[in-house]
Design a protein around this ligand. Structure first.
Ligand code: NAP
Length: 283
């Protein structure tokens, strides 16, 4: 298959780059924002006219959760309008779309893992803008998958693991919230699972499907920080605190564990526990 990866310089995009040599039966094109700005309708259409693709992996997104509260136009421009341009181009050229979304579409008031059919109700602007992108795809006739994931980390870019490593080396102690519960997801596990979706495309072609994917297990940010420090022998002390004692601009869901049953059954994969993936992670 000819696969276009948009937002190729983000952490998920770069992870697909790392994996491409394991999927030699596919041809990948990696387009960062400079090569393909998804907010420019004409550029997107021209890019699809000039190149032939079978599938798009949309890794382009506005992901600055707190900053989005101050930049709603920019967040919607990328997470909604940009997606709209991709949908139109995919429809025009009969290209399948795999799009990534977030656990932040939920309000986090449940205490059981969220399934794909649970009601959405984002509590922050980032979540709302991602939901707007999802809605556009679901209202299209495109063969498409929306893969919602959570707490993504990798060696690349800004993510909780990289921030903790840096802060943990610079400071003697840190206060980390323990009343937000979710699941860390290693970007490589998500990328590999996505490649399984591509290889088993017969399952979803002709449909618009939502799937949840994260690593197995649950954690608070406090647990995640402790595990990062233990793995890297960082001696920083970690103090558990409540979210109310660490105010942020954007409201996060207190509970956003994703139920991955549908993904596991449909695509027949085993998902590693988050701790196992973190421990296996080597730079
Ligand atoms: N990170 C998480 O914890 C998390 C959790 C749940 C879901 N997700 C979802 O997972 C997906 C991948 O996230 P990620 O962590 O890989 O994000 P990321 O590291 O922030 O990467 C996003 C990429 O999109 C690019 N981009 C922004 N605007 C663009 C535009 N107009 N045209 C083309 N590219 C553009 C960015 O380019 P610049 O570098 O130039 O800005 C960046 O390289 C996103 O859909 C995100 O919503 C992420």
């Amino acid at each position: 298959m000819n696969i276009l990866v948009t937002g190729a310089n983000g952490q998920l995009g770069q992870t697909f780059k790392d994996l491409q040599s394991q999927y030699k039966n596919h041809k990948f094109t990696f387009a960062g924002r400079k090569a393909l700005d998804i907010t420019k309708a004409q550029d997107v259409m021209a890019y699809f006219e000039q190149n032939q693709f079978d599938c798009v992996l949309n890794c382009a997104a506005y992901t600055a959760v707190d900053q989005a509260e101050d930049e709603p136009d920019q967040a919607y421009l990328i997470n909604k309008t940009g997606v709209e341009h991709l949908v139109k181009a995919c429809e025009s050229f009969n290209v399948r779309l795999i799009h990534f979304s977030t656990d932040y579409v939920f309000n986090g008031q449940k205490n059981q893992p969220y399934s794909e059919t649970d009601a959405v109700n984002p509590q922050c602007l980032y979540g709302a803008s991602k939901l707007a992108g999802e809605t556009l795809i679901l209202n299209s006739k495109l063969s498409s998958l929306i893969i919602r994931t959570s707490w993504l980390y990798s060696e690349y870019g800004h993510n909780f693991m990289n921030s903790m490593k840096k802060l943990g080396q610079d400071r003697d102690s840190l206060r980390i919230v323990y009343d937000q519960i979710g699941t860390p997801t290693y970007a490589r596990d998500l990328a590999k699972a996505t490649m399984t979706c591509i290889e088993k495309h017969n399952i979803w072609v002709g449909q618009q499907e939502i799937y949840h994917f994260s690593n197995e297990g649950v954690a608070s940010w406090y647990d995640f920080a402790l595990a990062i420090f233990e793995k890297d022998n960082i001696s920083c002390q970690v103090q558990p605190i409540l979210s109310k004692d660490y105010p942020t601009k954007a409201k996060r869901p207190p509970y956003s564990v994703l139920d991955k049953s549908k993904f596991k059954v449909d695509f027949g994969i085993d998902i590693p526990h988050w701790l196992k993936s973190l421990k296996s992670f080597e730079l």
